[in-house]
Design a protein. Structure first.
Length: 220
């Protein structure tokens, strides 16, 4: 399995001028202490090796201003103790070992998330019920599921993409592919690769993301 290059282990953006705080050592205590002096809006724990148990998640859930949580390449198998944060809008779980049955533990976020990335895990799209799990995230504007569809043909992949767009009315971006050409005059509607899409999302203030209808109105 492809692994991302090692990145910073602790990164948080602060309100307004958003200075970056970065640290090569990761401790929950340091995160919580930082949050007491200035609210953390973005927390990236990519490549950190930890046990996502109840204690860990209860502590992370103290970050009540968090908008983006990145848990990529963290050896995550289970989501039973995923932190529950009301303010969260974007969640990335790429390059882990998550299977279909674990998605039920994301139920808390079905009416909250605007962006969800769960690439290169162990999701089995030959199970016809899997897409139904994603349809429950009715506010999603961006969804990344690439790297999981190893047992389906290209034709099946195209059909699945069309099915997802049909059933997720607010979805604009799916695995670097945008819905409809109407986006071309108001926003870049395609990306060359997943990194380019992720870089774009990192610049985007998710609180200002528009729904599909608003994009249509802007393009008319």
């Amino acid at each position: 399995m492809h692994k991302q290059k090692a990145q910073i282990l602790f990164k948080c953006h602060h309100q307004h001028d958003k200075p970056e705080y970065e640290d090569s050592t990761f401790t929950i205590t340091k995160i919580i202490e930082t949050n007491k002096s200035t609210p953390i809006f973005e927390l990236i724990l990519d490549n950190c090796k930890f046990i996502m148990d109840n204690n860990f998640c209860l502590q992370i859930s103290q970050l009540t201003s968090l908008i983006y949580l990145g848990l990529n390449n963290c050896n995550i198998v289970q989501l039973q103790h995923i932190p529950k944060i009301e303010s969260l809008k974007r969640l990335t779980l790429d390059y882990n070992f998550i299977q279909n049955s674990e998605l039920i533990h994301l139920k808390f976020y079905q009416d909250k998330l605007l962006s969800l990335s769960i690439m290169s895990n162990r999701l089995n799209f030959s199970d016809q019920t899997l897409l139904q799990e994603f349809y429950l995230f009715h506010k999603l504007i961006q969804l990344s599921i690439a790297g999981n569809q190893k047992d389906i043909t290209e034709h099946e992949s195209v059909m699945m993409r069309d099915e997802i767009f049909k059933n997720m009315k607010n979805l604009v971006f799916l695995d670097t592919i945008a819905r409809g050409e109407y986006l071309s005059t108001c926003i870049e509607n395609q990306f060359n690769d997943q990194k380019q899409e992720q870089d774009y999302l990192s610049r985007l203030d998710v609180l200002d993301w528009k729904t599909e209808q608003e994009y249509k109105d802007a393009d008319q």
